[in-house]
Design a protein around this ligand. Structure first.
Ligand code: SF4
Length: 581
């Protein structure tokens, strides 16, 4: 029997599933395997979905299920898309719970995102009906691969959609397990003509500029006012690190796209100003935004009523919310996927390789509310060891947990014993561009202190997720002697110097050429921070430390990952240290 929900069009034999593994043919009927069941729900601001031209700063209830109809390389939601399918434990959150929660939390609407609603079609359709009955806005992020009929049934029920385009060519779609790109562009047109609010996000992989440019040209043929979000590709999963474009390259591409479209935005690029909405007529900044986690942004300021004198008043829908919503801990956008990957990163070091065990532990974390504790404990070097022990106990790997903690503890204690009474240089830690400062409380700054530096980030009295933009003056006042660039979302050191020059920044670190980039995930998100600590200690106090970093890495990788260290295969995955080449 053919499934007519998405254009992949699987043939499902009796009792069998299709590509997404989320439907089953039961007695000649296609039914959901996990109907009326969500994985999570929590309130977010709409810019973390992200949607930038729809009820700006509005509070929405974000929901997701599990599974996906696509299989894209380096997927940020790999956890939700595939790995969680291995567990039988489901949250029990129903459509009724979602509606009640949205009303209780004073949300103005509900957004289905993080995984694709095509895999929970009947549940989502029912939710949309219920949202309408309760005067709640409703929409989703989707790859837009619905069949025409399935989409036509949804259109009268939804208010907004963010279509995630994988590229323009059939080849790009085939590499994601789909049949070609045609259905997505057909659906985009249909949605736009049906007056659903549409924003488009597209992934930018290095070397695939034409895919993005051709997609932008198509979108502009529908309307040059459709917001176009460029997602700088960050190689997660087993994606090759070489296909990650730099922030600078991505900004260059965005500038080209403004030939075709009025509103082009760049994500996954801390410190960029390409997240602002600029009036296409007078170039005034209407909405000023900053990076707010993977695929996310937050509004910092905006012109009254969200417009300048000459801007088209209809460029966004709805009103600007007067109150902004602050997401606690890992909540908001795709951060929850990073939280689950942090757990995966520990479990891998304990020898847990099977998805079933992993999924069981993730389900436990969601059920017990441990995420909140993880958020705090994973920032502090000593309590990180408690986190390892917690998961070692859950995974029945206490011995392996003790071994990992003992190894890391020994290195940390040694470094601390040397830096105890040492003179401390001022150290600044950024993510992406130099003017995006990581929050003072974060692990990276705690590594700096353990390695014998004074973290100037701790002097900044504002916080974001995971940091805030700072002014030229703030940078000058801190006058760092060393600058480190995060190994999570990074920028080449040469680009950092160029950025500082362009912006007229000055600091001792620049005079003495002391900007250093951390290797991917050697400072956050995985136990590999112990290697980052040794690297930072070497740079801050070469008279005291002389760790042979490659040798240390090789020992650590062999012992806890079972592979040799190979820097050419280091992507931005938290759990994996060996990407596809
Ligand atoms: S939703 Fe798409 S991928 Fe899933 S079974 Fe149906 S046709 Fe196949």
């Amino acid at each position: 029997m053919k499934c007519n929900i998405c254009e992949i069009g699987c043939e499902l034999a009796e009792g069998k599933s299709g590509q997404c593994r989320m439907y089953i043919n039961k007695n000649g009927q296609i039914i959901e395997r996990f109907p009326n069941t969500y994985f999570t729900m929590f309130p977010v601001s709409i810019e973390t979905v992200p949607l930038l031209h729809f009820y700006p700063r509005g509070k929405f209830l974000q929901v997701c299920t599990i599974g996906c109809n696509f299989k894209c390389e380096g997927c940020i939601s790999e956890i939700l898309a595939s790995r969680l399918l291995s567990t039988n434990k489901k949250s029990g959150i129903s459509n009724e719970n979602v509606i009640n929660k949205a009303l209780d939390e004073d949300c103005i609407g509900i957004v289905f995102c993080l995984n694709d609603p095509a895999v929970s079609y009947f549940t989502f359709r029912d939710l949309a009906k219920k949202a309408r009955q309760n005067n709640l806005l409703i929409g989703c992020s989707t790859n837009g691969y619905f069949t025409e009929n399935a989409l036509k049934e949804l259109i009268p029920l939804i208010d907004f959609v963010n279509i995630g385009i994988k590229g323009y060519s059939d080849e790009r779609y085939i590499s994601c397990g789909a049949r070609g790109s045609g259905p997505v562009f057909r659906n985009l047109k249909l949605l736009k003509e049906s007056d659903v609010h549409v924003e488009v996000s597209t992934i930018y992989i290095k070397g695939s500029e034409d895919e993005v440019i051709n997609s932008a040209k198509f979108v502009s043929s529908l309307s040059e006012d459709i917001p176009f979000q460029v997602m700088r590709f960050v190689p997660f999963g087993d994606a090759a690190p070489q296909i990650e474009p730099t922030i600078r390259e991505s900004e260059g591409l965005c500038d080209k796209l403004t030939q075709y479209l009025n509103y082009v935005y760049l994500f996954n690029s801390p410190g960029t100003d390409h997240l602002n909405t600029v009036c296409p007529e007078c170039s005034k900044i209407i909405f000023q935004r900053e990076f707010f986690g993977p695929m996310g942004s937050r509004t910092l300021s905006y012109l009254p009523q969200g417009g300048c004198e000459c801007s088209n008043p209809a460029f966004f829908r709805g009103e600007v919310s007067e109150v902004s919503h602050h997401e606690p801990g890992f909540m908001g956008g795709y951060r929850i996927t990073r939280a689950l990957e942090m757990i995966h990163a520990i479990l891998v070091c304990l020898g847990i390789k099977d998805d079933h065990k992993l999924a069981e532990i993730w389900a436990n974390v969601m059920e017990t509310g441990y995420l909140e504790e993880l958020h705090t404990s994973s920032q502090d070097l000593d309590s990180y060891f408690d986190v390892i022990e917690h998961f070692a106990a859950l995974a029945d790997r206490k011995k392996e947990g003790m071994e990992l903690v003992a190894y890391m503890r020994k290195k940390l204690d040694f470094i601390r014993s040397v830096t105890n009474d040492i003179e401390r240089p001022r150290v600044y830690y950024c993510m992406g561009y130099p003017l995006f400062a990581l929050n003072g409380e974060r692990i990276e700054n705690n590594l700096v202190e353990a390695a014998g530096g004074e973290s100037v980030n701790k002097l900044i009295d504002r916080e974001g997720k995971p940091g805030v933009g700072i002014s030229h003056n703030e940078f000058a006042e801190m006058n760092p002697v060393f600058i480190f660039i995060s190994g999570f979302l990074s920028t080449p050191v040469s680009d950092s110097y160029a950025y500082c020059k362009k912006h007229g920044l000055s600091a001792d670190a620049l005079k003495n050429r002391r900007i250093y980039g951390l290797r991917p995930l050697w400072d956050f998100g995985s136990p590999r921070w112990i290697l980052g600590l040794m690297y930072i200690a070497n740079k801050l106090h070469p008279e005291k430390f002389n760790f042979d970093i490659d040798k240390e890495a090789n020992q650590f990788y062999k012992r806890f990952y079972g592979v040799s260290f190979d820097s050419s295969r280091h992507n931005r995955s938290f759990y994996s240290v060996s990407s596809r080449q």
